[in-house]
Design a protein around this ligand. Structure first.
Ligand code: SF4
Ligand code: SF4
Length: 303
């Protein structure tokens, strides 16, 4: 449907080894969600007021740190749970999007929040990684929210977990979203797909093959730990969310001298926010201009 709506402006992707650009995957103490997905440990979890205060303080500290940098930065918020129902994440998205040295600020979200706040952001820099959870939100309501994003010119991808019950909703969504909106499909954790099943998902997301199998990564060059880092609320810096080794702290500057090319120490990498940075996969070319928010370059939906 409506594929004549102009696409949001695209700013160039961070060139990973050019200058001092740094991509940061930030995850604060927040660990609660307004949804109740059966496949998620954060379903309907509540954070107590103390944890919410700590999360807000940590985010404000992080935002101030980014604001004070003198080199290009991109940020992807990857919360445990849902961030955009909290005013401080919406505020941080707006604030960061308006900083000239921030190339991209993006967040993973279920899009349960209202969308009016996005009007305050610089939409040439902001993007949303939206996930559709069919058991949690009426189809029409979700689709209407996606249309609001398109009409507002908000860069976004939309995705779904590749569970058999989601196949029909995913097909319907692919048909109803504008051709310019990428609909990704994540392989469900632990699920083995037959070739026929994989073909059905690939018809919806031609890039499903990247998610279907975990990627053997041991010893391979990965940009994390050099031009990409994972940061937790207290400023602890790791190369990625999946490798526990600490390489420094954001706030005492100790991480900076630790940034360097590093091979992956894990056997496998099975999450998009990790393997997109695994160099041999070439996904910086596939997602050029949209690495953090998961939007392929020159995207147009399959007919
Ligand atoms: S919306 Fe995301 S964080 Fe919330 S319960 Fe579902 S999967 Fe978990
Ligand atoms: S390949 Fe995955 S697990 Fe290995 S370092 Fe990169 S992001 Fe981390």
């Amino acid at each position: 449907m409506n594929d004549r709506i102009p696409l949001p402006l695209v700013t160039p992707d961070p060139a990973p080894r050019e200058g001092t650009h740094l991509s940061i995957l930030y995850r604060g103490p927040l660990a609660s969600c307004d949804y109740d997905c059966a496949y998620c440990p954060f379903a309907k979890r509540r954070d107590d007021p103390e944890r919410l205060r700590a999360d807000r303080a940590a985010l404000e500290r992080f935002t101030a740190w980014v604001a004070g940098r003198d080199h290009p930065v991109s940020v992807l918020f990857t919360p445990w749970g849902e961030a955009l129902v909290r005013s401080w994440y919406r505020g941080a998205m707006v604030e960061l999007s308006r900083l000239p040295h921030v190339r991209r600020v993006a967040v993973q979200t279920n899009l349960s929040c209202r969308t009016g706040w996005l009007a305050r952001a610089d939409l040439t820099r902001l993007a949303l990684w939206v996930t559709y959870h069919p058991s949690q939100v009426a189809y029409d309501r979700f689709l209407a929210k996606c249309r609001e994003l398109t009409e507002q010119g908000v860069r976004h991808s939309v995705g779904i977990v590749g569970h058999p019950d989601h196949l029909e909703p995913a097909r319907r969504l692919r048909a109803d979203l504008p051709a310019g909106t990428y609909l990704w499909v994540n392989a469900e954790e632990g699920r083995v797909y037959t070739d026929d099943e994989a073909a059905e998902w690939t018809a919806i997301d031609p890039l499903f093959g990247h998610s279907r199998f975990a990627h053997a990564s041991a010893g391979l060059p990965c940009r994390t730990g050099e031009s990409v880092v994972s940061v937790s609320g207290d400023g602890t810096v790791r190369r990625c969310h999946f490798i526990p080794e600490v390489i420094g702290n954001l706030y005492d500057g100790s991480f900076e001298s630790a940034l360097r090319p590093r091979p992956c120490p894990a056997a496998m990498c099975d999450c998009h926010i990790g393997y997109v940075h695994l160099e041999p996969l070439g996904l910086y070319d596939v997602f050029a201009g949209g690495v953090l928010e998961r939007i392929p370059a020159g995207w147009s939906a399959p007919a």
